[in-house]
Design a binder for this molecule. Structure first.
Ligand SMILES: Nc1nc2c(ncn2[C@@H]2O[C@H](COP(=O)(O)OP(=O)(O)OP(=O)(O)O)[C@@H](O)[C@H]2O)c(=O)[nH]1
Ligand SMILES: [Mg+2]
Length: 353
């Protein structure tokens, strides 16, 4: 394996605590990575050397849909089964930290004492508006620490919602009757990213209608996917599509996973067991179909790009020569001699020299 840079003594000591399974070691490693402190790349490199192991489940959806409540319910259920679980929440409102959410489910004392669960809320978003590279790195730390399952909550606001696929193997999209109809979900690109749809707040009016609409939308999508396949082997596609649209069976994706639409009430736990079973079923499908490998490769590619972008930016803005050109350029632009484009070009030329 290509070495990154040798571990300094502080990082080596930290790694030792981390490897010992000490929660403070994990917390410290997260701070180092979040702060991009010295040695963080070597730390991640060492931790990730074994490849991904954890089952990564992303939970996304519009603000207030009940994502945190569902994640808390799921985490509680895993703990009851003695499964260790890590939670990463990109959640500006962060109900976890105050214990408001988990308080009545797991006593905060128990959580503090329980090395089997670790929750990290992050208010960070990437500089480009997507899921921050740091967030994905924290997921990797939890994986490397040995949590067999990592739940990732991201609040869906437009495009960033779609980025959950860059961190999770299984994507659960949580909607509520108030969040709009299936057409909106389609427009937002949610049909493409959802492995499982959950209509939460099933106690509220309109949830049955949303479930029905989502199922119809999924059928339509499966139908149009079918339409793209050239007709051969004498299959009557028109007939097949008609049949599919009228059945009540879940829509089948081309690769063979039927995106289910489930209902939950995160306050009473209704439907949560079924959701957890479905997540496991999706896992089995990922493994058996080879999709897990495909997704992991896509993620690896995305991560290489992320890290190269970040490294290039560091290299660029750390060079005195570049900073000088920047300062001069600002003056030249003010004097009407240059534009940001001519200045940027000069900087890039210096970097590539
Ligand atoms: N009636 C009802 N209320 C729910 C249900 N699930 C969650 N809530 C309530 O909805 C509110 C938002 O829940 P959260 O779990 O914080 O939702 P969230 O999607 O994590 O919210 P953000 O992270 O802020 O986007 C809270 O007041 C919950 O108690 C449900 O199934 N039924
Ligand atoms: Mg939340």
């Amino acid at each position: 394996m290509t070495p990154v840079e040798p571990l300094d003594t502080t990082t080596a000591e930290l790694l030792e605590r981390f490897r010992d399974g000490k929660i403070p070691g994990l917390a410290r490693a997260i701070s180092v990575v979040e702060g991009e402190r010295s040695g963080f790349q070597s730390l991640l490199h060492t931790v990730m050397a074994g490849g991904p192991q954890a089952k990564r489940v992303g939970v996304t959806g519009p603000p207030g849909a009940g994502k945190s409540s569902l994640v808390a319910a799921a985490a509680t259920s895993y703990r009851e089964r003695d499964e260790r679980v890590g939670v990463v929440a990109v959640d500006p409102t962060s109900p976890y930290s105050g214990g408001a959410l988990l308080g009545d489910r797991i006593r905060m004392n128990d959580i503090a004492m329980d090395p089997g669960i670790f929750i990290r809320s992050m208010a960070t978003r990437g500089s480009l508006g997507g899921l921050a590279t740091t967030t994905k790195e924290v997921v990797d730390l939890m994986d490397g620490f040995g949590f067999p399952r990592v739940l990732i909550e991201t609040v869906g606001v437009g495009q960033t919602e779609l980025e959950i696929t860059a961190a999770a193997d299984t994507v659960v999209v949580v909607l509520v009757p108030e969040s709009g109809d299936a057409i909106q979900a389609m427009k937002a690109g949610l049909m493409e990213i959802a492995d499982i749809f959950v209509v939460n707040k099933a106690d509220r009016p309109g949830s049955a209608r949303l479930v029905k609409e989502l199922r119809q939308a999924l059928h339509l999508r499966a139908g149009s996917a079918l339409k793209d396949i050239p007709a051969h082997h004498g299959v009557d596609l028109g007939q097949a599509m008609k049949k599919e649209r009228t059945t009540d069976a879940p829509a089948t994706e081309p690769e063979g996973w039927s995106v289910p639409v489930l209902t939950t009430n995160a306050l009473t736990n209704d439907g949560v067991d079924k959701l957890l079973r479905t997540i496991d079923e999706h896992r089995s499908w990922l493994e058996e179909s080879g999709q897990l490998e495909v997704r992991r490769r896509d993620r690896a590619e995305g991560r290489i790009r992320d890290v190269v972008n970040r490294e290039l930016m560091r290299i660029a803005w750390r060079r005195d020569e570049v900073v000088d050109l920047l300062r001069e350029g600002v003056e030249e632009i003010a004097g009407g001699e240059e534009t940001p484009y001519s200045v940027a070009r000069r900087i890039v030329e210096v970097l590539l020299r």
